[in-house]
Design a protein around this ligand. Structure first.
Ligand SMILES: C[S@@+](CC[C@H](N)C(=O)[O-])C[C@H]1O[C@@H](n2cnc3c(N)ncnc32)[C@H](O)[C@@H]1O
Length: 231
């Protein structure tokens, strides 16, 4: 499933990973991580071409590998994604599910998820992924309130994270896992003067760290990825 990465693909991995660690170490880590296959590399390239600067919203390749691995080892059957964009992370999650598993993908953008739909079809995952267009808070609240979700990935508007976290956690089975992206905010999370999404994210990180319903670890992977297990 892996493919040789071109120089530019490897540079993208290295640039994203280098935010928290020395560039040479980041390059070494990237070279010793299972790389994206040809389809994911093509999606990353098309997203860069179509979306320009917005393409940085896509998760880093090593996060994609990690998501697939987490879904596989957790034995998840039903997954939820909040923030799909052009589909990179959804493909990584869906690939970790069994053939009869299901991913509910939430986003507000028809334009961006049209790209995702195309790539789900190309990846043979069309039957495994269900897109729900609309504000994710509404989509999550409309789901049954019982504990039936095995795995979730939160990667949408940062102000919405506390609501997404709570609505997902309510529906997560004990032992289920939530992965939350961008929790280190390019390293600005420790800067008390930083604006933008940083204060919101700091509050969210504090909320998770205080939550005795879960066990969590904030990993310095890419832009910070917090893993949360429901106790
Ligand atoms: C950082 S991008 C997601 C990147 C994606 N996980 C990937 O790997 O390519 C954030 C996405 O959240 C979506 N979004 C923003 N606000 C939202 C909301 N209120 N409900 C659902 N999706 C939302 C945006 O349309 C965008 O596609």
């Amino acid at each position: 499933m892996s493919a040789q990465l071109s120089g530019s693909q490897l540079r993208v991995i290295t640039m994203k990973a280098a935010e928290f660690i020395a560039p040479a170490v980041a390059e070494y880590a990237a070279a010793h991580t299972t790389p994206p296959d040809a389809l994911l590399a093509e999606l990353a390239e098309e997203t860069r071409r179509l979306m320009g600067d917005r393409s940085t919203m896509q998760i880093a390749p090593e996060q994609g590998t990690l998501l697939t691995l987490l879904v596989q080892i957790s034995g998840a059957r039903l997954a939820v994604e909040v923030g799909t964009f052009t589909g990179y992370s959804s493909i990584c999650i869906a690939r970790g599910l069994p053939a009869d598993g299901r991913l509910i993908a939430c986003d507000v953008s028809e334009e961006w998820t049209d790209v995702a739909r195309r790539y789900w079809a190309k990846a043979g995952l069309g039957g495994r992924v269900e897109l729900r267009l609309g504000p994710a808070a509404d989509t999550l609240r409309a789901m049954p309130p019982d504990e039936h979700v095995d795995f979730a990935f939160i990667d949408a508007d940062k102000a919405g994270y506390p609501v997404y976290y709570e609505e997902v956690l309510t529906r997560l089975r004990p032992g289920g896992l939530i992965a939350v992206d961008n929790t280190l905010q390019h390293g600005a999370i420790t800067d008390p003067a930083a604006g933008g999404n940083v204060p919101v994210m700091r509050e969210f990180n504090d909320l998770v760290a205080r939550d005795d319903r879960v066990t969590s670890v904030l990993l310095p992977v890419a832009d910070g990825l917090t893993l949360v297990r429901k106790n």
